[in-house]
Design a protein around this ligand. Structure first.
Ligand code: SF4
Ligand code: SF4
Ligand code: SF4
Ligand code: FES
Length: 507
């Protein structure tokens, strides 16, 4: 056995153990990308560097065996900085979008490409599940959203953007979606106003186990959705369908409720664990209750709390919102805050600008060439078949590994920037689809060699190989054969082991 210190902890491990494995066995986490236990090791990514406390030298821990008496530091500022630099070097010639441009420009951050894939596969029930993760009222918003996502849609470069907003509506139109019943948590929330904000809040809060009472000053539920938007834009029956869904979740509505000081004293104060003011653009004066300024109710931007504890405000009553989808997104954020659901740290996003001419056919490999169907009537929307056809126009700009990519996760962790090193013009994206379930995108490869090693050590048919030299080296199928012929038995293991989205499963 060899005795050494890692972060001042004395440990003993068998001779030949790498510092990386020794540290992990002692409970210290060290990031790795090109290393995989059991595979031969060609250190290249340099994310696993650690420091020798005695002489200050920094080296890759995946390649260094332990020595008697070593004194190792697994992470400090200098190491973090080196890791960040290594990531930035890899990112400098990395081409891909982690999240699609449409998703990044949707205020609710809906997973649009996944919705499109599911609609394209005639899976409307699954598609609405994806939509409802972020948008409580897809049927209503399918009529009134100005669709900022469509402005950002890559498909514009070929002919016209994908009709994302109508597709979202089609998920509500063509599914019989019932929310699962959630267990009440015993807490009651009062919501003032039943427009986009109030309804969306009630939807998410009920799902999280709160019981919601919604107070509306008008005779009917819906706020500006009912009273300010014409039947030609948003039919009342659509509004009623989504209100019904929220009632089914258990929310109670009280119409003709004038929210004034005596109403507050008699009906609300001390009866609820929280109160949310979501009355939309309102001429009502709330200064008797909370602090207001010329734009609306003053809130803490981080937690949407007003100047009074347990009183929140949401939507246009805080600041006039031009787009209902922004209000819908605020409502979900606030529901998450109230339910104490941690929203993740903003994730790293690899991005590249427009597609080049040569890239258009690469992206079209996964799509169809037809133009957007512009003959769709606003009120009727798509038929099932039309929706499926439109969804198939999507280019699937997102990365299939966006939730399982080490390069993305570590870039988030170490706050790596994509453009720290300028290497001139970017490489052009290629997409290899000649396998029944694998897609290979060479410009996302960090040349770790794991797939080459796995296919060769497990004696797969042809396997993969490195070609070229230096900066231009790339992984490829030998003899210009098909990926299908190269990865016959190890495809899944290669996908799982690939630290990026270079090798991914087509879904
Ligand atoms: S490979 Fe990773 S970093 Fe690159 S686009 Fe995909 S998820 Fe983002
Ligand atoms: S083509 Fe599809 S994935 Fe790409 S931006 Fe448009 S809707 Fe999003
Ligand atoms: S494609 Fe192969 S060499 Fe490239 S990153 Fe993935 S596993 Fe590594
Ligand atoms: S160099 Fe050690 S994990 Fe890549």
């Amino acid at each position: 056995m060899v005795e050494l210190k890692i972060n001042d902890k004395i440990i003993q491990v068998p001779a030949g153990t790498t510092i990386l494995e020794a540290a992990r066995s002692a409970g210290f986490s060290i990031p790795s990308m090109c290393y995989l236990k059991g595979q031969s090791n060609h250190p290249s990514c340099m994310i696993c560097v650690v420091k020798d406390r005695k002489n200050g030298s920094i080296f890759p821990s995946c390649a260094m065996p332990v020595n008697e008496g070593m004194d190792i530091i697994s992470e400090d500022d200098e190491i973090r900085d080196m890791r960040k630099q290594s990531l930035e070097l890899l990112l400098s010639d990395h081409v891909g979008d982690c999240e699609a441009p449409c998703q990044l420009s949707c205020p609710a951050h809906m997973d649009i490409p996944l919705m499109n894939r599911l609609i394209g596969a005639n899976k409307f029930e699954e598609a609405i599940r994806i939509v409802k993760n972020d948008i409580a009222l897809p049927f209503i918003l399918g009529y009134i959203c100005p669709a900022p996502c469509e402005n950002a849609c890559r498909r514009k470069q070929i002919n016209a953007p994908v009709s994302i907003c109508l597709l979202k509506r089609s998920t509500a139109q063509f599914s019989n979606f019932e929310e699962p019943k959630t267990k009440p948590n015993g807490k009651k929330i009062a919501i003032i106003g039943s427009g986009v904000a109030g309804l969306s809040l009630a939807y998410f809060l009920q799902l999280y186990g709160f019981s919601c009472d919604i107070f509306e000053k008008n005779k009917e539920i819906g706020g500006s959705l009912r009273y300010d938007i014409s039947e030609e834009i948003l039919p009342k029956r659509i509004l009623d369908i989504e209100i019904e869904g929220i009632k089914k979740l258990g929310a109670s509505f009280y119409c003709s409720s004038d929210f004034n000081p005596s109403f507050y004293e008699e009906k609300i104060k001390n009866r609820y664990s929280a109160l949310i003011i979501s009355t939309g653009v309102s001429t009502q004066d709330f200064s008797w209750l909370v602090e207001v300024d010329k734009n609306g109710i003053v809130i803490n931007e981080k937690n949407f709390l007003t100047s009074v504890s347990n009183i929140y405000a949401c939507g246009s009553v805080v600041k006039k919102q031009k787009m209902a989808i922004r209000t819908a997104a605020h409502a979900k954020q606030l529901a998450n805050i109230i339910a104490n659901i941690q929203t993740e740290k903003k994730q790293f996003n690899s991005r590249f600008a427009k597609l080049t001419k040569a890239e258009l056919p690469e992206y079209l490999k996964e799509s169809v060439s037809n133009n957007r169907n512009n003959s769709i009537d606003h009120l009727t929307g798509f038929s099932i078949q039309e929706a499926i056809e439109e969804a198939k126009r999507c280019l699937h700009c997102d990365c299939r590994k966006k939730d399982a990519c080490k390069l993305r996760d570590y870039s988030t962790l170490y706050s790596a920037q994509q453009n720290s090193y300028n290497i001139g013009s970017r490489k052009e994206m290629t997409k290899q689809f000649d396998h029944s379930f694998v897609v290979y995108e060479a410009e996302k490869c960090i040349r770790c060699g794991l797939c080459v090693d796995i296919a060769s050590s497990e004696k797969d048919a042809l396997g993969l190989t490195f070609i070229g030299r230096g900066f231009n080296v790339r992984v490829q199928v030998p003899f210009n054969a098909k990926l299908e012929d190269a990865l016959k038995t190890t495809a899944l293991k290669c996908i799982e082991s690939c630290p990026t989205g270079a090798l991914a499963k087509i879904i």
